[in-house]
Design a protein around this ligand. Structure first.
Ligand code: CAA
Length: 379
């Protein structure tokens, strides 16, 4: 896909950083289920991976959306686990603070998210509120200058490794999705603890766990946006987050293709390199084309966001398509590795495991189809 010289340079700079600082740890994070180290987090922050879309006054770089996408994509090419940290910081947490926070909240939290001194988390999902996100059972009841939170959030990316959380809770059940409010909750607030940590198939270097609120008192100044606007805040945030998941998926697909091209040029069978078999060539031709199509869809959607055009449908399409491409590419590339691809000697088996989550989180691909079809004028 055509990129301006500046965009190409940025992609290359991000990739060089990731190869030097992230790639060497990818296999270990996966094997041990380890969160990226404080040193890695500091390096990512210093290299400008956390503050791409934030305005300069809050320590950001104020770059185009494509820069955020490239940061996630290049990270995912070598370590999908670390890429979701980059995505969440910029989108799932950065977006709601920037677009709905007061100036005071932005100064307090966005600057910290930008420089990596604060890790953020976005808490929407619950046991009964997965795809049906409006069915929030966590409650927030007004009590003087406070709201009292009770409930459990699950599948929360960054879980106990975060410092600040955007938490959705029901403030008025009778209002349905209009009764949901977003709260800022800091780690260490009395009544806020962590529960089960998930053991996952992939992205094992990203921590996913429960947040438990038991009579947790949150000052009213920690409401993010307006009372009753939490669902819209969550949906808008997810539009931006879904671009990040699409970028993660695209990066995984690109990583799988690159590894496979290297491998087939040195693996000999029947007296020639397997790159010389037409099956290999045709498989890789198809995968490369799918990747190019995914990239074009995703990069074009970034422009819509920058132009201020509603891009919910295109974000859903990009997330759905890129994640399908990632799973298809990882599976077919692994097949070209034969038995070697099934072992941890090569990253293909990790890529295949990591790819699966991109079809599930930040809205399953079935939810993306709901969003897309709702925008096709069928009613
Ligand atoms: N932007 C702004 N507003 C939006 C919106 C958007 N993208 N999408 C919907 N809305 C608004 C609608 O306009 C509507 O407003 P009104 O009530 O004022 O008319 C309101 O929200 C409700 O819309 P719907 O009737 O379409 O809502 P719904 O209850 O039918 O649900 C859904 C729609 C698309 C299925 C939604 O529930 C959804 O996206 N579910 C999936 C949730 C999800 O992605 N969860 C992932 C959590 S994050 C994660 O994965 C963990 C992690 O940390 C990585």
């Amino acid at each position: 896909m055509y990129l301006t010289p500046e965009q190409s340079k940025r992609y290359q700079q991000y990739e060089e950083f990731v190869i030097e600082n992230i790639k060497p740890h990818a296999a270990e994070l996966d094997a041990k289920g380890m969160f990226p180290s404080d040193e890695t987090i500091k390096k990512l922050a210093d290299a400008g991976f956390f503050n791409i879309l934030f305005p300069k006054e809050y320590g950001g770089q104020d770059l185009e959306t494509l820069a955020y996408i490239m940061a996630v994509e290049t990270t995912a090419k070598y370590c999908a686990s670390t890429s979701i940290l980059v995505s969440a910081q910029n989108s799932l947490v950065g977006y709601p603070f920037l677009h709905f926070g007061t100036d005071e909240q932005k100064k307090k939290y966005v600057t910290g998210l930008a420089n990596g001194s604060l890790i953020g988390a976005f808490a929407l999902t619950e046991y009964a509120a997965g795809s049906d996100a409006a069915k929030q059972e966590t409650t927030a009841v007004a009590d003087g200058d406070y709201y009292v939170l009770n409930g459990t959030k699950r599948f929360i990316t960054n879980a106990e490794h975060a410092d600040v959380y955007v938490v959705m809770a029901m403030t008025d059940k009778s209002q349905g999705n209009h009764g949901i409010t977003a709260f800022i909750v800091e780690k260490g607030t009395p009544g806020f603890t962590f529960g089960k940590k998930e053991i996952k198939m992939g992205i094992r270097g990203s921590v996913t766990g429960e947040l438990i609120f038991k009579d947790c008192r949150i000052p009213k100044e920690n409401i993010l946006g307006e009372v009753g606007k939490g669902f819209k805040i969550a949906m808008e945030t997810l539009d931006c987050g879904r671009l990040g998941v699409a970028a993660q998926a695209l990066g995984i697909a690109e990583g799988a293709l690159e590894e496979t091209i290297k491998y087939v040029k040195q693996r000999e069978q029947f007296g020639k390199f397997i790159s010389q078999f037409q099956n290999t060539q045709f498989e890789l031709a198809e995968i490369a084309t799918e990747i190019e199509a995914a990239k074009t869809l995703l990069y074009t959607t970034c422009k819509m966001k920058d132009e201020g055009v509603r891009y919910s449908k295109e974000a859903a399409m990009a997330k759905m398509y890129c994640s399908q491409v990632a799973n298809d590419a990882a599976r077919r590339c692994l097949q070209l590795f034969g038995g070697c691809g099934y072992t941890t000697e090569y990253p293909l088996e990790r890529m295949m495991r990591d790819a699966k989550i991109t079809e599930i989180y930040e809205g399953t691909n079935e939810i993306q189809r709901i969003v897309i079809s709702a925008n096709l004028g069928l009613k």
